[in-house]
Design a protein around this ligand. Structure first.
Ligand code: GDP
Ligand code: MG
Length: 177
């Protein structure tokens, strides 16, 4: 019952980026509401979702921003990146092109966001692993080279979604505290 008067110690803005249809909105639905939908239009137009959680006895409000269908190259505006302390850069492990575009997204991010931003590279749709088009090794190597965290997830089966977001939020907290 303490929630009503709960004091927020920190608000962390985290942005979701990556090609259209890689699963950004469903990763957010899974993390913020523990929901999943096969209908990709279900969450269009939603600007951000929040989830409040505890890290190291502090109350953190995670404010996770979703690109409401603005994934065309350079269509995401600088307002979207403003104030972001974390980013989830998502590709679909069954779509090679979405991984090839990760370099572009990273360039965009580095051009707009704070240079200390924590970035997690996410290979989503692990449940479709039999259709894999991106070896985990390739992504891992790229992430190491670019100083990103890396994880493979399934928004559908809820694999690693919690861990991916918590890793980013904990790392942000570690830096600012
Ligand atoms: P966005 O455009 O990046 O926001 O992608 P969406 O979240 O709208 O997802 C695009 C499509 O992929 C939808 O049909 C989702 O249901 C589906 N999808 C998202 N995540 C997963 C996943 O982990 N596994 C599978 N099999 N499908 C997924
Ligand atoms: Mg979306």
């Amino acid at each position: 019952h303490g929630d009503f008067s709960q004091k927020i110690d920190y608000v962390f803005k985290v942005v979701l980026i990556g090609d259209s249809a890689v699963g950004k909105s469903q990763l957010l639905a899974r993390f913020s509401r523990n929901e999943f939908s096969l209908d990709s239009k279900a969450t269009i137009g939603v600007e951000f979702q929040t989830r409040t959680l505890n890290i190291d006895n502090k109350t953190i409000k995670a404010q996770i921003w979703d690109t409401a269908g603005q994934e065309r190259y350079r269509a995401v505006t600088s307002a979207y990146y403003r104030g972001a302390v974390g980013a989830m850069l998502v590709y679909d492990m069954t779509k090679r092109q979405s991984f090839d575009h990760v370099t572009r997204w990273l360039e965009e991010l580095r051009g707009h966001a704070d240079k200390n931003i924590i970035v997690m590279l996410i290979g989503n749709k692990l449940d479709l692993g039999t259709l894999r088009a991106v070896p985990a090794e390739d992504a891992k190597e790229f992430a190491e080279r670019e100083n990103l965290f890396f994880m493979e997830t399934s928004a559908l089966e809820a694999t690693n979604v919690e861990t991916a977001f918590l890793t980013v939020l904990t790392e942000i907290y570690r830096i600012i505290s």
